[in-house]
Design a protein. Structure first.
Length: 199
């Protein structure tokens, strides 16, 4: 994200460092919208964008004494916004884990039998995850959902019970990985992968 510096930015930063709240409001109005648009592309939430950008500017005000020392304020502003966004995404991920929204809690195995306790938000993603599995693993999951036991699945598919268990295990791992990579974690990984040189 490229942010065009204000022509009088150095002067504004010096004034802000001296406690000039009018200069701060000018800075805020100039950069609020581009920052909010950037955050929105990552989080797709107007409320969270507003909160993050506001937090960024609160941080800037709290550390205003250091502003004149910055060589490139816009780069600092960008990195600060990225950091806050990543922190927000990490919190989202942690909250979802704590509330059992992720795949390990969506698709669990108890003595060889699946227990599906999915949140509505993930049903479509789960269907896509299963659709990408090899046919044999899809079939095992399908038969499990229909109530077939391991031996019955083995007989129906003409494979060993060990193979059924393996297919089931591989399917669970693949579904879990797909769900995680398609939820908030995917945004976090994208940010870290594309922005290592900024940290």
């Amino acid at each position: 994200m490229a942010i065009k510096p204000l022509p009088n930015e150095k002067e504004l930063l010096q004034n802000i460092a001296e406690g000039d709240d009018l200069a701060f409001s000018i800075l805020f109005r100039a950069y609020y919208e581009p920052l909010a648009k950037y955050v929105y592309t990552l989080l797709d939430s107007v409320q969270m964008c507003e909160e993050i950008v506001q937090d960024v500017f609160v941080k800037i005000w709290e550390n205003r004494a250091t502003l004149p020392q910055l060589d490139k304020f816009t780069a600092y502003l960008f990195i600060l916004t990225r950091n806050y966004t990543i922190s927000c995404i990490r919190k989202m991920v942690q909250d979802r884990k704590q509330n059992q929204f992720y795949a390990d809690d969506v698709l669990r195995f108890n003595t060889g039998e699946e227990i599906f306790t999915m949140d509505q938000e993930y049903q479509d993603i789960l269907k896509r995850a299963i659709a990408q599995l090899p046919p044999s693993q899809q079939k095992v999951l399908e038969l499990r959902q229909q109530g077939f036991k391991t031996r019955e699945i083995a007989e129906y598919m003409g494979i060993s019970t060990d193979s059924v268990k393996k297919y089931q295990q591989w399917a669970a791992q693949s579904v879990s990985k797909f769900l995680k990579s398609n939820a908030a974690l995917s945004v976090l990984f994208m940010l870290i992968r594309n922005g290592n040189n900024l940290f």
